[in-house]
Design a protein around this ligand. Structure first.
Ligand code: ZN
Length: 244
């Protein structure tokens, strides 16, 4: 898909993505390109780079926040690039397009994006598009390249880019996740979001509780598991990791 997108340079529509707001289809379909116009005071009032980190457990509204940031950024003449790791192929919404080509929110909204398989691909796309605003969702999936991912984010900020990243700051064990600790330490702005604990109902900072066959996952279970496992937001009192 990425190759396909990059090869169709003469076709303007390949640059288009769509923000779709459930129930208000025509009014809220907005075409967004890597060369689109965007505006927010935070973005346009200075020419220095910055990093905003959006974090929180599953169901905390990270992707909804990303989508809102992009939506609010549509009104000025900057260039924006929206990316997500190509590992995140969950089909959350009932859309007839490749799940890798959009960022979905549980509230039904979504925004088109380009999937990337590596930090190098991020670098290549940034260079190719010369976007001034870089938005990357689910950045914990860059854990295998955590240091390299942090370094490219830092270099983008140093070069004057406005960078927005979203991801889980804690893994299923409740431990710092991949590139997130460095990103949080380097951030200009941190948006740490709460969720509703699925066990006790508290609206607080949660951890993504992984279940395997209905039981809390074991500490030694792999960090990334696709498919079989289930996750729920649990507060720190309700979060369980089996050990021993
Ligand atoms: Zn709880």
């Amino acid at each position: 898909m990425l190759q396909l997108l990059l090869e169709k340079k003469s076709i303007p529509t390949y640059l288009k993505t769509i923000i779709f707001k459930k129930g208000r289809r025509m009014k809220n379909i907005v075409f967004l390109t890597v060369f689109l116009s965007i505006f927010t005071p935070m973005i346009t009032q200075t020419h220095t780079g910055s990093l905003t980190v959006i974090c929180g457990s599953m169901c905390s509204g990270k992707s909804a926040t990303v989508i809102e940031i992009v939506r609010r950024a549509l009104l000025a003449n900057n260039k924006i690039l929206v990316l997500k790791p190509a590992f995140d192929n969950r089909k959350m919404l009932d859309l007839e397009i490749d799940p890798l080509t959009y960022i979905p929110s549980r509230n039904g909204n979504w925004v088109g994006c380009i999937p990337v398989k590596s930090v190098q691909e991020v670098a290549e796309l940034v260079k190719e598009t010369n976007a001034s605003i870089i938005v990357i969702d689910e950045v914990h999936f860059f854990t295998p390249e955590a240091d390299a991912f942090f370094e490219i984010v830092r270099s983008l900020v140093q070069s004057g880019k406005k960078v927005f990243v979203a991801g889980l700051e804690l893994d299923f064990r409740g431990e710092p996740f991949g590139p997130m600790p460095k990103l949080l330490a380097y951030a200009d702005t941190v948006m740490k979001l709460t969720a509703i604990c699925s066990k006790c109902g508290a609206d607080t900072y949660c951890i993504s509780q992984r279940f395997v066959n209905g039981q809390p996952a074991h500490y030694d279970d792999p960090l990334f598991v696709v498919g079989a496992d289930q996750y729920k937001p649990h507060c720190k009192s309700c979060h369980i990791v089996r050990r021993g």
